[in-house]
Each structure stands twice: as structure tokens, then as C-alpha cells.
Design a protein around this ligand. Sequence first.
Ligand SMILES: Cc1ncc(COP(=O)(O)O)c(C=O)c1O
Length: 348
Amino acid sequence: MHMNKKLEDLIPELQQHRRVILGHELTPIDPLPRLGQDLGIDLWAKRDDCNGLAFGGNKVRQLEYYLGPGMDMNADTVLITGALQSNFVRLTAAAAVKLGWQAHVQLEERVPSNDQLYRKSGNVFLNNLLGAEISYFPEGEDEAGADRALDKRAEELKNQGRHPYVIHLGLGSLPYGGLGYIRAAAEAYRQVIASDNKPDYVVIPSGSGLTHAGFLVGARAIGWDIPIIGICVRRDQKSQTDRIRQRSNELTDMISRTGLITDQDIIISDKTLAPGYGKMNQQVKEAIEKTAQLEAILLDPVYTARTMAGLIDQVRTNAIPKGAKVLFIHTGGNPAIFAYQNAIESFS
Ligand SMILES: Cc1ncc(COP(=O)(O)O)c(C=O)c1O
């Protein structure tokens, strides 16, 4: 029914929001037959790690909608804050290059570590290579404080005659990035309908929540009633549930579909989160190794391996039944693998 429709026809309200194209418009959905067989499910991955901009990842889709309003404001500089090994920060630096802007990135000490690979390799190295201006913020869990520090830097840049645009990620700001995943859900739906290959479950990371909330809102907006299981990468199940509820409500308002999401739609597991954000555990290590060695697909320990670990846990506890068709959303994060090399190799 929806096969020949453009994404904009599926969710016309998306056109209210300006989008800057930064990555490939369509990412493949690949079968993962060997890992699927190992787990006893029919496993597929939507390859948002392959979307074209500087190692790719979910933040490319989010930036397309964050930077739209910046274009409207004639910005020439973008500012963002994130963890030292943030993929969002690296992709913001890359997007700035594409647009001919300057990037100012603020790196937060969210994972205390003296490991030189963590501090210098992976995304940190790429930020430098992409020509971003870098500052550091010592407190990792103070979202509002990090935003304030960024605003202060933006004010300084304004006084120097620049036109700064700040990407605020705190709960007080509109979740533009989630629009990118509303779009991604429509894209995935069109792909699976076209190939008559509809999954029974989607498994997706849940961090800031814009990927998860966006996909959920996008799916429901087109009448796709599939269970979407968010795997916690940073906060526990309760606070993440509140966050997804809030972000989903904001996103439905942004596409004029208020009231689309109920609490039954919000499915979240934090069973693979311990000991916390960016820290290894046995399930994450197993997920990295199994996915690399059975599928040659690379996962990072912070987001995608934790999400795959969550998927494996859902299968082993029968929350996802054997034989089910499961779509894993691969959200990128590949450069972080190098920064976490010591942490991965030394974990036992
Ligand atoms: C590779 C990767 N996957 C998943 C996430 C989580 O996405 P979200 O913040 O939209 O919940 C991030 C966040 O930085 C990420 O970099």
C-alpha cells in the first residue's frame, strides 16, 4: 500500500521542518543469518553505520534536522557538548566541514579514565582532524551546566562577529534530532514492506532518547504497530521511560500528531546497563565478539554492543520469542572501538 510513496507522503508534517542533507538518503537493511542462527531468531540490521558522513551513525540523521534551523539563522559556527568519545560531537565537526562552518566542541569528562587511547584516539583524534575548536567541561552528569558553558562560549563568539548556533541537548530544548528518526522509521517501513519482510520487533539504543522516541513516533505516525524495544545505554529503566515519554510527546507535537504515543508503546530494558555508561560488562564483550566473528559487523562498547547485548538478553529470557524476525538498528559508533581497545581487550 505504502510502497510507491515518498517519505514525505507518509508523514507530510515533516516538511514543516527544514532539513539539511548530510548523509546517504537510504541505508540498507542487511540479513545477519549466522548470528541469527546462533540466537535462534531471524535477525536483520538497518545499517545507519553506513550513511556516508565521516564514519556515519545515527547522529547524521539527527544533525540533518538540528542544522536546518541553523541554516535559517544564517549561522557560520556550530557549538555542541558531549562525552569525550562522543560520536555526536565528531559528526557535528564533520557536518560543519560540509557546510563550510566552524565547529566548537565541548568535551565532558563523563567516563573518568587516564587511558591514553580513550583520551586521544577514536573520536577525539577525528575532531582534531576535522578542524574543530575544542574545549573541556569537567563535570560529566551536569547537562544544564554543560549547556550554560556552551552558551557562554557562543556569546564570546558573537562578540567576535560570528553567527553561532548552539545545539542544546538538554530536556529544556526542542528535540529536533528526533525528526531524523521519525523519517528513519518511515524509510525502514517502506523497505520492509517493499521486500515483504516485515519484522516482529525493532531493537534500538536509548540514550538521549531521540533515536528511540523518533523511531517510535515515526512508526506510529504511519500506523506501524511493531514493538520497539529501547535498550538503556546511560540511564536506568525508570528515568529513561520518563525521558522517552517526554521526548515522544514533544515530537508528536512537532509533527502535529499530539496524543499518538501511550505508555504501552514505551518498552525499555536496562538489564545490560551495569556498571554504567561507557563501561564494559560481560554481555557487551560477548556482543562485540559474536557480531564481529559471525557477521563481520563491528559494534562499539558504549552504544551498539550494549544494544546488541540487550537484544541477546531479550531472546535468552524469551521476551523476544525464538524464531521471531528482529530488526536491530545499527547506529554507528565505529571510531570509539579504537578508543576502547584497551578496555575491550583487558576485560575478562
Ligand atoms: C553510536 C550511537 N548509537 C546510539 C546513540 C544513542 O542515541 P540517542 O542519543 O539518540 O538515544 C548514540 C548517542 O550518542 C551514538 O553515538
